[in-house]
Design a binder for this molecule. Structure first.
Ligand code: ZN
Ligand code: ZN
Length: 255
């Protein structure tokens, strides 16, 4: 039948079916990943663009401003260490965030956390990774996310855990969320003074059941830091357990 009119018709039919299937798959893919940028609404056309367009992605840049060499707080250029670190060193060796919690970075974090835009976790993981490579390079034994408040989480989606897991994999460091747990449900820190924040989180975190932190070099991960209270409380628990803690966040509010 090869070369016969029937065979030719069959072949062109097969090609048409293949083309149609390709178009359908393409449409399904763009419906799945939203074909518009979730920040500015521009069409996502470049290959590999998901959720954010290239323009918005390019606006998320690492902060090169002067910061406290220990806690990472933004400081005037002439200062190397902030007053509170000089007065009382924090329970972590160093803290660094990717940038100030504003602009496109802030929008991306909110979209990921509250709108559960899951594909963003790969973009956010690469921002954590860049921060580690630029400022916190070293050997780690465990990546530990700040534990979520179980009573406050509405569903099973644990955004911080999910992105920290990707980060750990990309760093080649064991992911050990079980080292730290939240043992007391607390109201959100938003709107509280520094003193209220500290009191609010008193006794909120503990080492995981049967967890051994002694001697571990831990990379403690949170999404956003304002006064640094949460990170401090978690680091203090791990330090009391004998670990050396380095803290890593994505965004930090300017105080
Ligand atoms: Zn955009
Ligand atoms: Zn400091």
């Amino acid at each position: 039948m090869k070369g016969s009119p029937a065979a030719k018709t069959f072949l062109s039919l097969a090609k048409a079916v293949k083309r149609a299937r390709g178009l359908l798959l393409q449409a399904a893919r763009s419906a799945l990943f939203h074909s518009r940028c979730r920040v500015c609404g521009a069409d996502l056309v470049a290959p590999g663009e998901t959720v954010l367009c290239g323009n918005c992605r390019a606006k998320i840049i690492f902060a090169v401003e002067n910061r406290c060499r220990i806690c990472g707080k933004f400081l005037p250029r002439e200062m190397a260490t902030c007053g509170s670190c000089r007065l009382k060193p924090p329970p972590f060796a160093r803290h660094r965030s990717f940038a100030a919690y504003e602009g496109t970075l802030r929008q991306a974090i909110i979209l990921y956390k509250f709108a559960a835009v899951e594909p963003l976790k790969h973009i956010l993981a690469s921002l954590y990774l860049e921060t580690v490579r630029r400022e916190l390079s070293g050997a780690y034994d465990a990546v530990v996310p700040v534990p979520a408040d179980r009573r406050r989480s509405r569903n099973d989606f644990q955004p911080l855990q999910a992105v920290a897991r990707v980060l750990a994999r990309r760093l080649g460091v064991p992911f050990r969320p079980g080292l730290l747990r939240k043992i007391k449900s607390t109201p959100p820190q938003v709107g509280l003074t520094q003193a209220q924040r500290l009191a609010n989180l008193d006794g909120a975190f503990a080492l995981g059941a049967r967890a051994r932190a002694a001697g571990l070099r831990i990379l403690l991960v949170d999404d956003v830091t304002t006064t640094g209270t949460t990170v401090r409380k978690c680091a203090a628990v791990l330090k009391r357990g004998g670990a050396r803690v380095t803290a890593l966040t994505l965004g930090q509010t300017r105080l």
